[in-house]
Design a protein around this ligand. Structure first.
Ligand SMILES: Nc1nc2c(c(=O)[nH]1)N[C@H]1C(S)=C(S)[C@@H](COP(=O)(O)OP(=O)(O)OC[C@H]3O[C@@H](n4cnc5c(=O)[nH]c(N)nc54)[C@H](O)[C@@H]3O)O[C@H]1N2
Ligand SMILES: Nc1nc2c(c(=O)[nH]1)N[C@H]1C(S)=C(S)[C@@H](COP(=O)(O)OP(=O)(O)OC[C@H]3O[C@@H](n4cnc5c(=O)[nH]c(N)nc54)[C@H](O)[C@@H]3O)O[C@H]1N2
Ligand code: SF4
Ligand SMILES: [Mo]
Length: 900
């Protein structure tokens, strides 16, 4: 008898953004895993955005790195763990012996679990004895960290998500919440639904999907946020809304901060002019802020990723301190974290300028505390190299070994060509990843296979300090090991004691105990309640917000809010106003590069796409890299929508398709960060980004690089859908996305193609004539061919000198079928089903695969007026809700078109 196991759900946490949604994973009898939102998790109450909902499509083993590999005679070959660990440990040891501990470095990630991060930090700072461990959080949260430390004395986020239900005004600064933190966005949307009088303000140079919720959008000139918030500070001081009792008893530095604010920003009209916003809009924001006690100012990368990022953060916090709007329900500055464990990494001190458990490297007492607790042979004495400086030091040869863990710096660092030079030069490059081929892995001397989401086990902390468990529900693939275990293996091989952990639970326990060691209340980061958990208690730990204590009854007591008692973490217990003199971006103007490059995220992809890129459901919302620009700029620079353009800066160049409609002002362009050497020929935007950094935090200026845009002339455009992978070295430009059972390639080429049929067959690797159907219009330069084997479509190619290629959706749908019908065949070479409307347009609703044209048609023909009506008609928007802001725009646009 064949008894299939009874499905049981494992509760875990989404591995993507810092909202930190709980998920349940239920193994199904057919071997698949059903992913759903965890209704009991406070961060999402059962909801998931489109990326979370597609997690089940990303956990297959195809493309995974399953065995260690070492480089020999220039090529990587499979190796045993024994050999790989020896290569890493011996390599590090030799370099340290000859050049000292600062000649080696770790470059890690906010996507590591707290346990992994803890071991990495311990190895580097306590045993190797250098602070050269930095992380991609440097590129992400470091300005928020620095701002918090300056204002509060430690890296503390005062509020929690519940505050978003209680606020009367939510200001979103430099945050495309709708796309990047969708479940938090939906929470704000519900607030607005329940209480329409709540004011939502979005401050972003682009009119993003997030603006669909906004009562007021301030499309500030890029880089001018400090002017805006200094102006607000000055306005608030004049409006008599300062909380004098709070300021006097609990803060320092107001006079200096106000003086600095008043230099340039005392006159709102001057601020409006400088920030390039309508004076009436600016006054509406200032007046609304002054009049509303329960106001949250939530901020993300439009604030952090700036050469004035730390000042931007403090200029925001200053306004909350002046009004005493902090530490109480429904109000406060709120840093939205990017990665799932950006916060956990900070707790263990995983940045080059921090120590563990929120202690400081430059505090001798703290150093002694940590070293004593670890009984470690040494402790780093000074701050280590921050990401940008680290890769410079590698290129300069002062750092000779780097171990990259769970991040892809070849794509995500600024001046990414510099990173390439550094990795080429580095004596020993070790990379731990879950994927075999990434742009960074290509430079590895040792490649180590890590356990991925669903296989690994530990904790993460989200934006609101909520610690949640990630739990394993999949078997260990190949020889992969947990990141903490790989680190501990190397540490032991280097001869260090202190790494005898036998489980993530053991690591967590040590981390929790360090947080209370010699902590008589001075450090707010405190996990007293989580010390000494049994393995079972750790496994069944419910989400809890730090600081965590135990009540008299032994129950865990988390902390929703900090500073309710008005006590801050500076030695005097007071918060500090920081004087923030506004300054322009480092490379503000450059006559040769007259446009400003802004970079960021799209809705359905995660960073360098190593996971989301495998989910067909996520492929069609944005199928290729684009350059969003204003139509008048396009005209000025001689490029056209739908055609390719080359964007270049002093640092590098890339090619992508020109697009309008991203709500961008003249003078700026926007390019997504996701495409890389695995998914496109030439779309690594990091190669263009200037390596200017914030002087306090070291965070790069990802949102502001002077660039120019020019036509990328090509002789032909084509697309291929293919069940097998293509070799594309001969093609001038290509991008690839994953479809269901096929890959979709968009491509373009320079030279005139003469023998089109022969060329196409070579490209597609077709040898048998019988299976090849084609059509050529020599006068028009159009060529189309389909490769059918038996009843099934294998490949197709459509080529034209222009961009007028047929829509991809119908052809793509044929790959789902094992046998083509007569009608299918009749439509093949036309690229469209006979007699049907074919171009459903780019996907808007990824859950149900509904395209833009389908939605617009339905709105027009069936006279739909609201999102629920669209959902009732087409299902679009009815599952995760990530596309609701876009459906709103389509409703508005279609109705406006009809009215005109
Ligand atoms: N879909 C998706 N979601 C993600 C991620 C992902 O890769 N994909 N990554 C996660 C991570 S790690 C992070 S850090 C977060 C990032 O989340 P966000 O910060 O919300 O996302 P970004 O797109 O990087 O940038 C936010 C906005 O800043 C604006 N901006 C640019 N310059 C300025 C400026 O000078 N002032 C102001 N006020 N705004 C400006 C940009 O136009 C952009 O709309 O997203 C997380 N969530
Ligand atoms: N131009 C520009 N650049 C940016 C930004 C921007 O806005 N503009 N944003 C910056 C920000 S905020 C961030 S956070 C970074 C993100 O940039 P990266 O961290 O470089 O991006 P990811 O693709 O998330 O890289 C994670 C890598 O770890 C692997 N991985 C996944 N899970 C595991 C695991 O459990 N263990 C191990 N060992 N590996 C794993 C993945 O396969 C992938 O290769 O990009 C930064 N770069
Ligand atoms: S909002 Fe989406 S990506 Fe972020 S944690 Fe929740 S499900 Fe994951
Ligand atoms: Mo990030």
């Amino acid at each position: 008898m064949n008894l299939s196991p009874i499905p049981f759900a494992v509760r875990s946490t989404c591995p993507y953004c810092g909202v930190g949604c709980g998920v349940t994973a239920t193994p199904l009898p057919d071997g698949a895993i059903a992913i759903a939102g965890d209704a009991s998790h406070a961060a999402n109450r059962g909801r998931l955005c489109v990326k979370g909902a597609a997690l089940g499509e990303t956990i297959g083993l195809e493309g995974r790195l399953l065995h260690p590999a070492v480089r020999e005679d220039g090529a990587l070959r499979q190796a045993s763990w024994e050999e790989a660990i020896e290569r890493v440990a011996g390599g590090l040891r030799a370099i340290i012996d000859e050049h000292g501990p600062d000649a080696v470095a770790l470059y890690v990630s906010g996507q590591l679990l707290t346990e992994d991060y803890y071991v990495a930090n311990k190895l580097m700072k306590g045993y190797i004895g250098s602070a050269n461990i930095d992380t991609n959080s440097r590129l992400c949260m470091s300005s928020a960290v620095a701002g918090h430390k300056r204002a509060f004395g430690a890296d503390l986020v005062p509020g929690c998500y519940d505050d978003f239900d209680l606020a009367d005004m939510v200001v979103l600064v430099g945050s495309n919440t709708a796309w990047c933190h969708p479940i938090l966005f939906q929470r704000i949307a519900r607030l607005k639904d329940a209480r329409p009088e709540v004011r939502i303000v979005v401050i972003d140079p682009r009119r993003t999907a997030t603006c669909e919720l906004a009562d007021l959008h301030l499309p500030v000139k890029p880089g001018t946020d400090v002017w805006l918030f200094n102006g607000l500070l000055s306005y608030l001081a004049k409006s008599g809304v300062q909380d004098t009792a709070f300021i006097d008893a609990h803060t320092n530095g107001l006079a200096q901060a106000l003086d600095a604010a008043q230099v340039d920003c005392a006159d709102p009209l001057a601020v409006a002019r400088h920030c390039r916003v309508e004076p009436s809009d600016l006054m509406a924001f200032y007046g609304g802020f002054a009049a509303t006690t329960k106001v949250i100012t939530a901020f993300s990368q439009g604030v952090n990723q700036s050469s004035a990022g730390t000042d931007k953060v403090n200029s925001i916090i200053n306004c909350h301190l002046l009004t005493g709007r902090i530490g109480q329900p429904g109000m406060g500055p709120f840093s939205i974290t990017g990665q799932p464990n950006a916060m956990g990494g900070r707790e263990v001190g995983g940045l080059a300028n921090m120590l563990a458990a929120h202690m400081d490297l430059d505090n001798p007492q703290h150093r002694d505390t940590v070293q004593t607790f670890w009984s470690s042979p040494r402790i780093a004495e000074k701050g280590g190299l921050k990401a940008v400086d680290l890769f410079k030091a590698i290129e300069a040869g002062t750092v000779k070994a780097v171990w990259v863990i769970a991040t892809n710096p070849m794509v995500s660092m600024p001046d990414a060509n510099q990173v390439q030079r550094a990795l080429e030069k580095c004596e020993l490059v070790v990379v731990s990843d879950i994927i075999a081929s990434t742009d960074t892995n290509a430079f590895a001397d040792v490649l180590l296979p890590a356990l991925g989401w669903g296989e690994k086990d530990g904790t993460v902390t989200n934006s609101e300090r909520l610690i949640s468990r990630q739990r394993a529900f999949l078997p260990v693939p190949g020889e992969a090991r947990a990141d903490w275990r790989i680190l501990a293996d190397v540490a032991r091989r280097m001869g260090f004691d202190g790494f005898d952990f036998d489980s993530s639970h053991a690591v967590f326990d040590e981390h929790a105990r360090l947080s209370v060691f010699r902590n008589e209340g001075a450090r707010m980061f405190n996990l007293a309640g989580l010390c000494g958990l049994t393995a079972h208690e750790y496994d069944t730990l419910e989400p809890v917000q730090w600081p965590v204590r135990r009540g008299a009854d032994g129950a865990l007591q988390g902390s929703a809010r900090l500073f309710a008692d008005r006590r801050f973490a500076h030695a005097d217990g007071k918060a500090r106003f920081i004087a923030t003199a506004p300054r322009a971006p480092v490379n503000a103007v450059d006559p040769e590069y007259p446009l400003v490059l802004n970079t960021g995220r799209v809705r359905d992809q995660w960073h360098t796409m190593s996971r989301t890129g495998r989910a067909p459901r996520l492929a069609d919302h944005t199928a290729e890299a684009f350059i969003d620009m204003h139509p008048q700029d396009a005209l000025l620079y001689g490029v056209r929508e739908g055609e390719l353009a080359r964007v270049s800066s002093r640092w590098g160049a890339m090619v992508a398709r020109v697009q309008h409609g991203g709500g961008i002002a003249r003078g700026s362009v926007f390019v997504p960060i996701h495409w890389n050497g695995q998914t496109a020929s030439d779309a690594r935007v990091g190669t263009l980004v200037n390596p200017a950094v914030d002087p306090v935090s070291g965070e790069p200026e990802f949102k502001h690089t002077p660039v120019q845009v020019e036509r990328f002339g090509v002789a032909w455009h084509a697309f291929v859908l293919s069940r097998s992978e293509l070799a594309l070295d001969q093609v001038a430009h290509w991008t690839r996305v994953q479809g269901r059972g096929f890959a979709r390639y968009e491509m373009a080429g320079r030279g005139q193609l003469r023998e089109r049929a022969a060329w196409a067959r070579t490209l597609l690797g077709v040898t048998d004539d019988a299976d090849w159907l084609d059509y050529e219009d020599a006068s028009d330069g159009v060529y189309r061919a389909v490769h059918v084997v038996g009843e099934r479509i294998e490949q197709c190619i459509f080529l034209s000198p222009r961009t007028d290629l047929p829509a991809r959706a119908w052809l793509a749908s044929l790959f789902a079928s094992e046998s083509l019908t007569r009608l299918d065949r009749a439509g093949l070479l036309a690229g469209q089903a006979l007699g049907m409307r074919l171009d459903t347009g780019p996907t808007v609703c990824s859950c149900f695969g509904v395209g833009r044209n389908t939605i617009c048609d339905a709105i027009a023909k069936q006279d739909l007026r609201t999102v629920p009506e669209v959902t009732a008609c087409l299902k679009a928007g009815g599952n995760c809700g990530s596309c609701v802001p876009e459906i709103k725009v389509l409703l508005m646009q279609t109705r406006a078109r009809e009215a005109a």
